[in-house]
Design a protein around this ligand. Structure first.
Ligand code: BG6
Length: 512
């Protein structure tokens, strides 16, 4: 068997050069689900349209329902039209659709995997996919274990000499430390770590990747990227969307598990990590995991003060009335599930000592926007700053989405004969500077998995450390005398308690 890391790709070193994906067959488990329709197939289609797919590729949808290859292709044509980043071009779709096949089986049925193995061998011969296999687990999380066991039983976890087999695992990766460890055990029973790609799609977002470039390809930021110059950091992921028919899952998760344990902590790692020794996947991940490990764990009695959990009540989004969370379909009318979280956390390292980090995520907020803002300390209170207002901090904003870009807020003189100063923005927009649309996160990540580059995927220890940080909060919330759940009307910026969290420190959330 040839593992990912044993097959160095000379054209690619970490983030520095272009990925060169290899011919392969991609088997998607959960092929009739939402993720396949909304994200995976549109991503593969866009890669095909941009000429980024390897010369030979086959996509095999593995699912329970019975249907023919053509029925499957027709369904996907409709949804790809709807969700694709670029318009669907008939000629490109037609060629791409020829690489899509359907394989019907129950996830628990071993024989379905044996027939898959035979089919994959045949595909290798007919289509030149060279024995390379990428298994994408996009099914419900309770199916992960039978899928992994059956892949192993059919020998699909091991590739033939000179080929590779890899597995991509979708979120949620466990629901606490114990279940994540158990899942890691099940995964590692079938695939070694080098074959395992735990996806966190936030890492595939263009601007998330740019954080390391901003920090380590420019000389001016790193010397001031520390407690001496930085007052605090805010990370916000706001969504106008509600639970959108996913209440079944969301009721078991909540915002802390759904967004903070993975996406927000991953962004925080990129902002807070030390420079890696090189750009290899493990060097970068070694530094990221140190950040999570350095997060000060909350004591049970601090949680009420440092973590705010909220739930939306009825309100209006873009002028349209929406029901409260407890009124949503499939939600318990007494549900205590949080749709909003704000936290104040500390990283216990020399670089970040005494620098508060504030995170917030929420559904049904007034605007969809994800950004990181680094708030620098005020200039000395002399000369122009004698009559200092709260507005005189330099703020570096990394806009993850929408309108991807970076801006720096600084003070400037208002033109005129008197000396008055006001904050202005130096602004870089991806769209206008590079004149081309960024690929979707899933495009980049699928390509990376096909090229054996795990840099933008979460490693086993990262996932477990993140749960170790989250668990005490979930535990405190599950207690009888739990810190109380707060409420906010849909369409507002979250509960008042979240504003108080910062106001207590003499700070305020950035207006988005
Ligand atoms: C998913 C969460 O991981 O990320 C969703 O499960 C959330 O609840 C989504 O809406 C946000 O991702 P994006 O890319 O739309 O910002």
């Amino acid at each position: 068997m040839t593992k990912g890391s044993e097959q160095p790709n000379p054209l690619r070193e970490g983030l520095s050069t272009r990925a060169v994906p290899q011919p392969c067959a991609i088997a998607i488990f959960g092929a009739t689900g939402d993720l396949t329709h909304r994200k995976l197939i549109p991503a593969l289609y866009n890669l095909a349209a941009d000429g980024e797919l390897p010369p030979a590729v086959a996509v095999i949808g593995f699912a329970r329902r019975s249907k023919s290859d053509d029925e499957f292709r027709n369904e996907l044509a409709q949804t790809t039209k709807q969700f694709s980043r670029q318009d669907l071009r008939e000629d490109i779709w037609k060629t791409f659709a020829q690489s899509i096949l359907y394989h019907q089986s129950e996830f628990e049925d071993e024989s379905g995997y044996q027939s898959l193995a035979k089919r994959l061998d045949q595909i290798d011969e007919e289509r030149g996919t060279r024995g390379n296999r990428l298994f994408y687990l996009a099914a419900a999380p309770e199916k992960f274990e039978p899928i992994l066991k059956n892949l192993k039983a059919a020998g699909l976890n091991k590739a033939k000499e000179g080929s590779w087999a890899r597995v991509i695992i979708e979120k949620p990766f466990g629901r606490d430390l114990r279940s994540a460890q158990e899942l890691n055990r099940v995964v590692s029973d079938a695939f070694v770590e080098d074959q395992t790609y735990r996806i966190d799609h936030f890492l595939g977002k263009e601007t998330a990747q740019n954080i390391l470039v901003l920090r380590f390809a420019n000389a001016i930021f790193e010397p001031i990227w520390n407690a001496r110059y930085i007052d605090h950091v805010q990370i916000t992921a706001a969504e106008t969307l509600g639970v959108e028919g996913r209440a079944g899952y969301y009721e078991t998760a909540g915002a802390l598990r759904d967004m903070v344990q993975n996406h927000l902590l991953q962004l925080l790692c990129l902002v807070a990590m030390e420079a890696p020794t090189d750009l290899s996947a493990d060097s970068i991940r070694d530094e990221k995991v140190k950040v999570v490990r350095s997060l000060r764990r909350y004591r049970a009695d601090e949680i009420a003060k440092l973590v705010v959990r909220g739930q939306y009540t009825k309100g209006a989004i873009n002028g349209e009335n929406v029901p409260g969370y407890r009124e949503e379909e499939n939600v318990n009318p007494k549900s205590e599930t949080e749709t909003y979280v704000a936290l104040r956390l500390s990283i216990e390292t020399w670089r970040w000592s005494e620098v508060p980090i504030y995170l917030r995520v929420g559904k049904h907020l007034p605007k969809s926007a994800t950004e990181i803002s680094v708030h620098f300390k005020k200039a000395p209170m002399v000369l122009f700053n004698r009559d200092s207002t709260e507005h005189d901090q330099n703020v570096l904003v990394i806009r993850i989405q929408p309108d991807e870009g970076i801006s720096l807020r600084m003070m400037a003189k208002i033109p005129g004969t008197s000396l008055r100063i006001e904050p202005v923005k130096m602004d870089f927009h991806y769209g206008t500077s590079f004149g081309k649309a960024s690929p979707e996160a899933y495009e980049r990540l699928l390509l990376d998995a096909m090229s054996g580059d795990a840099t933008l995927f979460a490693r086993r220890d990262e996932v477990e450390e993140a749960w170790a940080f989250i668990d005490p909060i979930e535990k405190a919330w599950a207690e009888k005398n739990a810190p109380r759940l707060t409420f906010y009307p849909a369409g507002s910026w979250g509960p008042e308690e979240a504003d108080e969290l910062l106001a207590r420190d003499g700070r305020a959330w950035r207006r988005l």
